[in-house]
Write a protein that binds this ligand. Structure first.
Ligand code: DX5
Ligand code: ZN
Length: 218
């Protein structure tokens, strides 16, 4: 199975968002990545529910929503209504993670759990069976265009081992600093899905970049 690509709209042209979503629709990506930031969990503020709902109207890709907000459990129903297909919460922001995951699934979405660069994958041991997607951050969340944290490759290896050993169905998704070089090494380490923001949207030919990421072989 080839790698799943999830272009991050954080680096899109917000004055022409419709055009960028049409590009993603035409591309070979399976998902489209939406970064929601509250200025508390992360130092930046991005966009919120009304934008997600508008994107849903024209997107033909699964909405992969990455919540970088405190108390994400308060917004599960709102994001379902806005059209999220995958809803990912940060482990560092979720006191009752088990309950939150169940609530996301009961609402009819796939449940994702994101880990900051400093958070070890063994924190997932007791919950890995319940998760649909693990999102490993390969930059500190909050901004696009940052440099890749190398430790993410080894971390991907460790998570692949944990998932294989437990028989969990979870997919491994990596977010931050993805390009052809880091992407290839992540896929080799066991990544199933790659988020790419600036690498896609700051390029002259974003569709071609998405195609190239799809070609990365394990
Ligand atoms: C960062 C976001 C990422 C961001 C990645 O907090 O979670 O999704 O858009 O951007 P690049 O691919 O430019 O590192
Ligand atoms: Zn993200």
């Amino acid at each position: 199975m080839s790698v799943i690509v999830s272009p991050s709209l954080l680096s899109a042209d917000f004055l022409n968002l419709g055009k960028d979503i049409e590009m993603v629709n035409r591309s070979e990506s399976e998902w489209v990545h939406l970064d929601i930031m509250d200025g508390v969990f992360v130092p930046n503020i991005s966009y919120g529910l009304p934008i997600v709902a508008q994107i849903k109207k024209i997107s033909r890709k699964l909405l992969d929503v990455h919540l970088m907000i405190v108390q994400p459990e308060r917004y599960i129903e709102d994001f379902r209504k806005a059209g999220a297909d995958i809803l990912t919460v940060h482990i560092e922001a979720s006191t009752h993670l088990h309950r939150t995951i169940q609530q996301i699934k009961t609402a009819g979405m796939k449940a994702g759990v994101a880990l900051n660069p400093h958070t070890p994958v063994n924190q997932l041991e007791e919950i890995i069976h319940d998760i649909d997607v693990v999102l490993l951050m390969s930059v500190n969340p909050g901004f696009g265009g940052q440099s890749f944290i190398e430790q993410a490759v080894e971390k991907t290896h460790k998570l692949r081992k944990l998932i294989n050993a437990t028989g969990s169905p979870a997919l491994i998704e990596i977010d931050g600093g993805v390009n052809y070089d880091t992407g290839r090494r992540l896929v080799q380490a066991g990544a199933d899905a790659l988020v790419a923001g600036s690498f896609v949207f700051k390029s002259k030919n974003p569709e071609e970049i998405i195609h190239g990421l799809k070609e990365l072989d394990s």
